[in-house]
Write a protein that binds this ligand. Structure first.
Ligand code: ZN
Ligand code: ZN
Ligand code: ZN
Length: 450
């Protein structure tokens, strides 16, 4: 048994709009600097990527793999990483079927993650998916495949494989999406819904929003980066305390559902320690609006305008917050006191974080690509070992021994949730400000005093 962090959803360089650095060599070393022990391979449906996985990985613990020594590159700290890889893929299902609620035929667009314990299972799944559509054109293939059919293929290939609906609330491509989705797991997966033991919350929703739906009490909530470039892995992730193996991870996820954790004993024994989350407002679909019209509305404002954009007169793009509001049967969750982590009624706790380079950039009033920002980042990783350790574990006193005092203030402000956030909407990322303009002036004058 060991405590470790896992990021189970990323995309390789063979997916659209991804960085060239999304290869095994870079993922292996970046995971170490981030503090991630288990990294998704992503994209196992893609023939070229799968060939790379088979060539460059070798078996480690049951169901996990590691990069062969000859492919290792040094981390920022200069060591060689010991990252484990976990076979994963994402499929975009676009299909029409009768709506279970209205009976009308309509189009659904749902993204699902697939996890597999071995390459034989991957091969079986790929053969069947390859009959339905082209797996070569995109690392995340688009298939005209009903989610129930996808489930049939995956569980027939191996009952130990898993399907997890991805970024469950985003409007255009998810199981509960306002533009494309269903109202329940049962509607989407039919007889296979009993096999769906977890959902991915996605960047625009956090666990507390999902806890408002009693119909989700049977599923666990996982969080992953869905990253398209190596430096952004781990921006959302899962902390487990379990055996390092495929089954260890799957069982740990299952143990995280509210119903599984009902007894205090189960909570103490739980192998699902916590998740690491974005502030959901930072996600691209938190609020409603129109990007082109510059209109951004809270769910209440949208209601006032009957869902219509006052600028162009068309329907607003309904975001995650509004959609949760619609399907929820519990009131908004108010935490008793603001802690660094959030939990409620025995549920898996979560940390709300901002990536370290973004904190440093905000503190210095520069972009994340600025030289000074990168230098501070590298200095901290070299001194403390990993980004997630810096963001979660170390005290202000420990951080101060190396970090710029202003950066320490920034990290502490995130932990205390002293932030100003403009929510994201219609594809536009939200903006998080750690310091107000006034506080920034204060920081500058403090510097002048020194
Ligand atoms: Zn997706
Ligand atoms: Zn994805
Ligand atoms: Zn508009």
């Amino acid at each position: 048994m060991a405590k470790f962090i896992a990021d189970l959803h990323i995309h390789s360089k063979y997916s659209r709009a991804t960085s060239k650095d999304m290869d095994l060599e870079e993922l292996d070393r970046w995971a170490d600097d981030k503090g991630i022990s288990v990294m998704a391979t992503g994209d196992f449906t893609h023939p070229q990527w799968l060939a790379e996985l088979k060539e460059k990985l070798e078996p480690a613990e049951p169901g996990l793999f590691k990069l062969k020594q000859e492919y290792k590159r040094p981390t920022i700290k200069g060591n060689l990483a010991d990252t484990r890889f976990f076979l994963s893929a994402e499929v975009s299902s676009i299909y029409s079927r009768q709506s279970p609620s209205t009976g009308e035929k309509r189009v659904y667009r749902v993204h699902n993650l697939i996890f597999a314990p071995d390459f034989e299972t991957v091969e079986k799944i790929n053969v069947q998916l390859g009959w339905i559509g082209n797996l070569k054109s995109d690392g995340r293939p688009i298939l005209g495949l009903d989610c129930r059919e996808l489930a049939k293929i995956v569980f027939n290939a191996n009952p130990l494989a898993a399907i997890i609906p991805a970024h469950a609330w985003t409007p255009w491509f998810s199981i509960f999406g306002s533009m494309s989705g269903f109202d329940s797991i049962e509607e989407c997966f039919g007889e296979y819904s009993k096999n769906i033991f977890a959902l991915e919350t996605g960047l625009s929703s956090d666990p507390a929003m999902n806890w408002r739906l009693s119909k989700l009490d049977n599923v666990a909530l996982i969080s992953n980066s869905d990253s398209h470039s190596a430096p952004r892995i781990g921006r959302e992730a899962n902390i487990f305390d379990t055996e390092l193996s495929y089954n260890g991870i799957i069982e740990a996820i299952k143990s995280g559902s509210p119903n599984q954790r009902k007894s205090a004993l189960n909570q103490r024994k739980s192998a699902f320690v916590a998740t690491i989350e974005f502030f959901p407002e930072e996600g691209r679909y938190h609020f409603d609006g129109h990007r082109a019209c510059g209109v951004v509305f809270s769910p209440e404002e949208t209601k006032k305008h009957n869902g219509i954009c006052p600028k162009c007169g068309k329907k607003l793009i309904i975001g995650v917050m509004n959609r949760v509001e619609k399907l929820a049967d519990r009131p908004e969750i108010k935490f008793e006191q603001e802690k660094f982590y959030n939990t409620y009624d025995g549920r898996v706790p979560y940390y709300s974080l901002i990536p370290l380079d973004e904190i440093i950039a905000e503190v210095y009033g520069m972009g994340v690509a600025a030289k000074k920002v990168k230098e501070e980042y590298v200095k901290l990783i070299k001194a403390f070992g990993s980004e997630l350790k810096i963001l979660i574990d170390l005290s202000a006193e420990e951080l101060k021994t190396v970090a710029d005092e202003k950066v320490v203030k920034g990290i502490m402000a995130v932990r205390e949730k002293k932030l100003k956030i403009e929510p994201g909407f219609d594809g536009e990322y939200g903006k998080v400000k750690i310091f107000s303009e006034e506080e920034k002036e204060d920081l500058k004058s403090q510097k002048r005093l020194f």
